[in-house]
Every structure is written in C-alpha cells, then in structure tokens.
Design a binder for this molecule. Sequence first.
Ligand SMILES: [Ca+2]
Ligand SMILES: [Ca+2]
Length: 98
Amino acid sequence: MKTASLVFVVCVTLLTSGIVFAQEKGISLIPSRVEADKNSDGKIDHWEFYSDGKLERIEIDSDFDGTVDEKIYFKDGKPYKGERDSDKDGATDTWLYY
Ligand SMILES: [Ca+2]
Ligand SMILES: [Ca+2]
C-alpha cells in the first residue's frame, strides 16, 4: 500500500512538472483534436474537434466502416445540431436540433 502511494506521488509530481515546463516554454497542452478507437479494431472511429479548449464538433463512424456517418455540433459546450447518414449513402438524411 505504501509503495502504491509513493508511485502515485511520483507520477503526479512528474506530470505536474511536465505541465509547468510546457507552460514555461509557451507550449499549449490543450488538444485541438482527440481521436479514439471505440471498438478497439485499430482504426479511429471517433473524433472530437476543439477550438481554444472548447468542444466544437464530434464525428462518429458508428458502423466502423471507415466513413463518418454522424456529426454533432457544439456551441458553448452544449450540442445544438446533429447530422446523420442513416442509409450510408454518403449524404445526410437526418438532422437533429437540441
Ligand atoms: Ca475502431
Ligand atoms: Ca460509417
């Protein structure tokens, strides 16, 4: 238990010092894009796009065929519009308003 606490403290210290170093060098640690492989097949199927740290859009490949079929747009951190290609023909056929 004591070892786990020590490892945690060391990890937090290293992470914190990295953030301080990056800030001193003027390096932004805020991502502009986050990619994820939700079904663990090795291919990206979920994208999040940020501007100044604020989420602007999420794109999803819901059937994992390599093509985005759903987009959700955000304003002030809240979703306001969604678009879906339900029949997978490459054109939006469903619009959602939040
Ligand atoms: Ca995937
Ligand atoms: Ca797809």
